[in-house]
Design a protein around this ligand. Structure first.
Ligand SMILES: C[S@@+](CC[C@H](N)C(=O)[O-])C[C@H]1O[C@@H](n2cnc3c(N)ncnc32)[C@H](O)[C@@H]1O
Length: 441
């Protein structure tokens, strides 16, 4: 998910109201992706942009709210203020182009037009005026804020501090930035060079990303500025997909060959399934537990012109065998359900949704899927274990446990933990080859 700059498809006051409501949904545990998916096409870009920024600037906006309102305001008012304050807090290179008085006027309008907040318009007006002056003063003489402007729960920060004593702060600061728009060119339709030229003709500047964590990428392009996908040449006929560069490593490491039987064990929305099929015409089962997410796989493969008789999209639980046709696989991609702590730059709601106890529960689920996947892999076959997590419990601890439990598992070279950086989200990759002897248990 990538937010675009300065989308103005909806009056700002309406966008502020919807964004504040979206934040309310996140605070009661709903995924922002789900909430945004329900918006109309013209609402989504601006609401997404405002909501992402509000979540990214949460710590700082709440310092202001506490400074100027001694008693915590009711949630509806708090969320509206956090959206408006985030608009003041854009760095100079990241200006949305709204004048201070516009932000104040539109936020007050939003407040007065939404029944549960009407009573608070005087308060919102006064607080935003004070915040705007304080932000102006800060621009002249920078205030030394918490270097991490985004909210991360204390257990999350503590875990990263423990496991990445040098890099943890830089990592979280990185994740509080806007993620760039990165494309994966469908090499069945164009080479990267050809597509870069098509972008150039459309007035869109892009640079190749040649590698991530030592893995060579030949279809990744970084856009200088985010644009709506509808502006990308050939998007609707499958020329290109939006996919982080760190995620593009998966298909390359699994290295699909024509005719191989491949299982994508946790496939939705199908980004990596599609990449595998772009690289080789293989026999593919894309397995997914969640019925609603399953539909997205077909949609993506249709758009990319990758559907064929050799591809089956199957609903089922990868930790069980009810869905399985009894034929072993040459290769398995296990992009496991995880905390998603590595992809916060594209999903800033995640730190608000995760609980500490989730990590242990996810570890157990990941192990169950790994165990089952190993049983249906051919001898000589390879399994790629992937998570988009920064927590070792979901990464290296899992790989070490798995190798110790399975004497027939040979660890092949893979990047292991990849930290979030400017051009990639955080991922974990481990690759295993199944050796030709019986497992110990
Ligand atoms: C990290 S996402 C996969 C992303 C996908 N590989 C891609 O690149 O687009 C993990 C997926 O696993 C699914 N899932 C969770 N538990 C599962 C299970 N037991 N069996 C199959 N799929 C499962 C989730 O619904 C989710 O869609």
């Amino acid at each position: 998910m990538t937010d675009q700059k300065t989308p103005r498809s909806l009056p700002l006051s309406e966008a502020i109201t919807i964004s504040a409501q979206a934040i309310g949904e996140v605070m009661v545990g709903r995924s922002l992706t789900e909430v945004l998916d329900q918006l109309d096409a013209h609402e989504r870009p601006i609401v997404q942009s405002l909501t992402f920024d509000a979540l990214r600037k949460w710590v700082r906006s709440h310092e202001f709210i506490q400074q100027f309102i001694p008693k915590t305001p009711p949630p509806e008012v708090e969320y509206l203020l956090s959206v408006a304050i985030a608009l003041f807090l854009q760095g100079r290179s990241d200006v949305k182009g709204y004048a201070v008085h516009t932000i104040v006027d539109q936020a007050v309008k939003a407040c007065s037009e939404y029944e549960p907040t009407t009573y608070a318009k005087g308060l919102v007006n006064a607080v935003l005026r004070k915040v705007s002056l304080a932000v102006q003063a800060e621009n002249e003489k920078p205030y030394p804020p918490d270097p991490i402007p985004m909210f991360f729960p204390p257990w999350w920060r503590a875990s990263l501090k423990r496991n990445y004593s040098k890099a943890w702060q830089a990592m979280l600061i990185q994740q509080a930035q806007r993620a760039p728009l990165i494309l994966r060119v469908n090499v069945k339709q164009h080479t990267r060079k050809e597509y870069q030229e098509l972008l150039h003709q459309a007035g869109i500047a892009a640079e190749p990303i040649d590698s991530v964590a030592g893995v060579i990428l030949d279809s990744a392009l970084l856009l200088q500025e985010a644009v709506p996908v509808s502006d990308l040449p050939g998007f609707y006929s499958g020329a290109v997909s939006v996919q982080d560069a760190g995620a593009q490593i998966a298909a390359i490491l699994l290295d699909p060959k024509p005719g191989e039987r491949i299982l994508d064990a946790c496939a939705a929305p199908g980004g990596k399934t599609a990449h595998l099929l772009e690289l080789a015409q293989c026999e593919m089962i894309a397995l997914e537990l969640d019925g609603e997410r399953l539909g997205k796989i077909g949609g993506n493969l249709d758009r990319l012109r990758l559907q064929s008789d050799a591809v089956r999209i199957v609903r089922g639980d990868a930790s069980k065998t009810a869905w399985w046709d009894g034929k072993l696989f040459d290769k398995i991609l296990l992009d496991a359900p995880c905390s998603a702590s590595g992809i916060v730059a594209r999903h800033p709601d995640i730190p608000f949704l995760r609980r500490e106890a989730d990590i242990k529960a996810l570890q157990t689920r990941q192990r169950a899927i790994l165990e089952q996947a190993w049983k249906i892999l051919k001898i000589g076959g390879t399994l790629l274990y992937v998570t988009c997590s920064m927590f070792p419990e979901e990464g290296e601890e899992q790989a070490t446990w798995f190798a110790a439990e399975h004497t027939d598992a040979l660890r092949l070279s893979a990047p292991g933990q990849i930290l979030p950086a400017e051009l990639n989200d955080g991922f974990y990759y481990a690759l295993f080859k199944k050796m030709g002897h019986e497992p110990r248990r």
